[in-house]
Design a protein around this ligand. Structure first.
Ligand code: SF4
Ligand code: SF4
Length: 376
């Protein structure tokens, strides 16, 4: 078996794939049901996968529901993303103490080889985006690059887009692009429950050789590709097809910012669930004796008042300024900094915004406002 080959595994084969990855020394992270959501966490077996669970999403709403089949990957993005495992929310980055002459690396710095099981096209694109931000430039983050270097990716071609998904608009899905070791397309029909597996790397071929598989018939491959193409037409949302960087740049004084601020709670949920938001702050803590100090890094959000604190005050004091900053960076100046959009169209910020604020609708309103301005 070689990269580029496609084979079939059945539902039992998926469980055996989890076992094979674990036997090869990988910690396997994948979807599972917890707290009425599909979350990403360590799997000890394929039995923990969310078989038979689906998800209904809309602005400000995410609900699990039972499906009438046992599909494992028929759910759209949940509240967590792979960012959590590559760029953790809270991480000790240095220790200093009376017994330590220099700040030293921390004991949890050695990355564990990790397999990500069930990475969708949007999230594979998000990992690549994070890698441009944190792994690129003249000062790559060694913690991020070290973790990413150990990752084995089992991607999933999406055949079941959600109500807030718009990956097709952003060019990131529903099929997965390059960057995977194995890619699965799930199908259930009268011939059974199976997965077409596309081999993306030698490492993928090696792991798959330990799982019972059979050749994929051309008709099975064609059917799988067709299901992914059909999913592209069922996206719940569409990002307006406009020059987004130019729109955001020209909308700086739009009255829309005050209007969205009247609904926005500046809670930062959108940035916490976003798979590409990468900002952090650092805090130093000491123990009660004063003998030891630690420096911790934690996720930060541009929606926090203190995020823009500079010598005596915050620069972005209003919700309008903070929302404008977030979306202008995400869809506009990110291109200037990192050569791509900062949005992959996963829809998480829409589902998990308590006010139901929808980034695609906000852009549509800005675009309408720009058109009105042009006509005056
Ligand atoms: S847009 Fe929504 S999720 Fe983001 S800060 Fe405002 S209220 Fe919170
Ligand atoms: S901005 Fe929203 S839709 Fe875009 S990548 Fe972030 S969470 Fe997903």
């Amino acid at each position: 078996m070689n990269p580029g080959d496609s084979v079939i595994i059945d539902r039992t084969g998926l469980d055996l794939l989890v076992d094979a990855l674990r036997d090869n020394g990988y910690r396997v992270i994948g979807p599972q049901v917890r707290d009425q959501a599909i979350v990403l966490d360590e799997l000890s077996s394929g039995a923990q996968l969310p078989a038979g669970w689906g998800v209904r999403t809309q602005p400000g709403s995410y609900r699990l529901h039972r499906r009438d089949d046992d599909a494992v990957f028929a759910h759209s993005a949940g509240p967590g993303s792979w960012k959590t495992f590559l760029h953790p929310p809270h991480r000790r980055i240095a220790r200093l103490g009376a017994d330590l002459q220099q700040p030293c690396p921390t004991d949890d710095d050695a990355p564990t080889p990790t397999a990500f099981l069930g990475v969708r096209g949007c999230d594979l694109a998000a990992i690549a985006t994070l890698n441009r931000v944190l792994g690129g430039g003249s000062h790559p983050d060694p913690d991020f690059t070290g973790r990413l270097a150990t990752v084995f990716v089992v991607a999933v071609n999406c055949t079941e887009p959600g109500g807030v998904c718009f990956c097709t608009s952003m060019g990131t899905g529903p099929g997965v692009a390059a960057g995977y070791d194995l890619a699965l397309t799930e199908s259930i029909d009268e011939d059974g429950h199976r997965f077409v597996v596309d081999v993306g790397s030698d490492a993928g071929a090696l792991v798959l050789s330990r799982v019972p598989h059979r050749p994929a018939a051309p008709a099975q491959i064609e059917a799988a590709r067709g299901a992914v193409s059909a999913a592209a037409d069922r996206m719940g949302r569409v990002m307006p097809d406009v020059d987004l960087p130019a729109l955001l740049r020209d909308s700086r004084e739009s009255p829309q910012w005050d209007e969205v601020a009247s609904r926005c709670l500046t809670c930062a949920n959108c940035t916490m669930v976003c798979p590409t938001c990468f900002c952090t702050s650092t805090e130093d803590v000491t123990d009660l004796t004063g003998d030891h100090a630690e420096r911790w890094q934690r996720w930060a959000s541009c929606f926090e008042l203190d995020f823009s604190y500079l010598h005596g005050g915050s620069v972005r004091t209003s919700g309008a300024h903070r929302y404008r900053h977030w979306i202008s960076h995400k869809l506009g100046t990110w291109h200037d900094q990192f050569g791509s959009s900062g949005c992959v169209g996963c829809g998480r910020c829409i589902a998990w915004c308590p006010a139901g604020i929808d980034i695609t609708e906000e852009v549509a309103r800005l675009a309408e406002g720009a058109t009105d301005d042009d006509q005056q």
